[in-house]
Design a protein around this ligand. Structure first.
Ligand SMILES: *Cc1c(COP(=O)(O)O)cnc(C)c1O
Length: 464
């Protein structure tokens, strides 16, 4: 399996080269040369496999340069950290099937991808004798999943910037109580935007980047998308087959278009019709919903919501779908993305819009609708949704088809967003065991001024 850039500017890569490259060096995103497809007989053979076994089968369709035994080991280690025996269990709630993706160490769905990516990085660096210093900025919610992905790993250090005293106490503790020697939490005296700007400036210093082998774990790494394809297949197989349904729909709370793109790959991998509708759900930052409903892909300003991990306007994985929409023509994708960078908008033909609407349905939920959905589902079924999941459930309510199971991806545990949930149901959600004693654990964090030189000096001193 060879990997190409959406912008056509790189020689074909193997899977492991694609993982190490992350963002394609021509500014595009990496994709497999063609999306593999499996037959109904293969799918029948996959039925009943445990999650790690199924993950091995699905990942093997895309990875041919890691020996099978090693790949199995990487997968087993990655999902052994999940607290549920099924890894991503399905729970029937009223008309819907909730796919709980939050049983990993940080209680958010990003663990599914980052636990695996951390192990793959360590494995590849052991093979090459290399080293990596991961640098990133977080607004609070997703930094911990990256930290847990690489804590204690050999040949990797991680530096995560967060805005000092501007993240919630739980978010801060989830990061700073990881005291492995390869983890550096940097609380900077400034905002999230300051942190992001500092990271960007450091990555732009190519000599510094090369000297310290700087790496990133952002959501454009193909390995992350791939790990997420597995749970779509897992859920689709569980709900179809003998005397069950023949097709399954999914509703996906979306920010960077990563998770929904994994669903698109899963649909193309599986026999036609097994995955039916993919419902793309956004909060008030509804660019992607406008795109699907009217072909209007134009930037708005980011507004803050109670589902902060989806407060995004420029969806970093969108370019992957655009590449397929435009007939796998890198020159068109490159021109479109360069045009978008200048004008902040993209236009689509009527024929393209028809194709977009055949691939996705879309719906957005404002703040009141999100809270009402949490309240409604709790009153009717006693089940507590987190605000991101609630955005997806609201969209699912609008697109439920009779006789077709609707799977709603649950992307975070409600306890991570306790204040919003309390507003909706009148009490705090229950704390799972691995959050309950956070404030009693040892913690470690450096407070630094929000200046590029200060952060650079720190990284240079502690880098591998
Ligand atoms: C990151 C995240 C999302 C959005 O996922 P994308 O892949 O960016 O679309 C949704 N919910 C939660 C809780 C997240 O952390």
């Amino acid at each position: 399996m060879r990997y190409l850039s959406t912008r056509g500017g790189i020689a074909p890569l193997s899977f492991t080269e694609a993982v190490m490259m992350g963002l394609a060096s021509d500014g595009g995103l990496l994709l497999p040369e063609s999306i593999p497809t499996v037959t109904p007989a293969t799918v029948a053979a996959w039925r009943g496999l445990a999650y790690p076994e199924l993950a091995f089968e699905v990942l093997s369709c895309f990875i041919d340069d890691i020996p099978a035994q090693d790949l199995r080991g990487l997968i087993d280690r990655s999902y052994a950290t999940f607290s549920h025996p099924e890894v991503t269990p399905l729970v029937a709630v009223g008309d819907f099937e909730i796919l709980e993706l939050f049983h990993g160490p940080t209680l958010a769905f990003k663990d599914v991808a980052l636990q695996f990516l951390g192990n793959v990085f360590e494995y590849l660096l052991q093979q090459s004798g290399g080293r990596m210093n991961i640098l990133g900025a977080t607004s609070g919610d997703t930094g911990s999943a990256a930290i847990y992905g690489v804590r204690g790993k050999e040949r990797i250090n991680i530096f995560i910037l967060h805005p000092h005293k501007r993240v919630s106490p739980i978010q801060e503790l989830q990061m700073t109580t990881v005291t492995d020697p390869n983890v550096f939490n940097l609380a900077i005296r400034g905002t999230f935007d300051d942190g992001q700007a500092i990271v960007k400036a450091i990555f732009n210093d190519l000599a510094f980047k090369e000297q310290h082998q700087l790496g990133a774990v952002n959501s454009i790494n193909w390995c992350r998308i791939l790990a997420q394809v597995v749970y779509y297949v897992y859920a689709a197989l569980k709900l179809t087959g003998d005397s069950l349904a023949t097709a399954v729909d999914f509703s996906v709370p979306t920010g960077n278009f990563g998770d929904i793109f994994a669903g698109y790959v899963a649909r193309r991998l599986l026999p036609e019709g097994l995955i039916g509708r993919l419902v793309l759900a956004t909060n008030s930052n509804n660019l992607l919903t406008r795109f699907v409903q009217n072909g209007d892909y134009s930037l708005g300003t980011v507004v803050q919501t109670i589902s902060p991990s989806m407060d995004i306007q420029v969806a970093s994985n969108f370019e992957r779908y655009l590449y397929y929409l435009q007939g796998e023509t890198p020159a068109r994708t490159k021109a479109a993305m360069e045009g978008f960078a200048k004008s902040g908008s993209l236009r689509f033909t009527g024929e393209e819009l028809a194709r977009i609407q055949a691939d996705f349905a879309a719906e957005s939920a404002n703040e009141a609708e999100t809270i009402a959905t949490i309240t409604g589902i709790h009153q009717a079924h006693g089940y507590v949704l987190d605000p991101h999941t609630a955005v997806g459930v609201k969209a699912a309510q609008a697109h439920r088809r009779s006789g077709v199971p609707m799977v709603c991806l649950a992307t975070a545990h409600p306890a991570k967003f306790g204040a919003a949930v309390r507003n909706a149901i009148g009490r705090e959600p229950e704390m799972p065991a691995n959050l309950a004693d956070l404030d009693q654990r040892e913690s470690r964090c450096e407070v630094l001024d929000a200046r590029v030189e200060v952060v650079k000096e720190f990284v240079a001193r502690k880098a591998l």
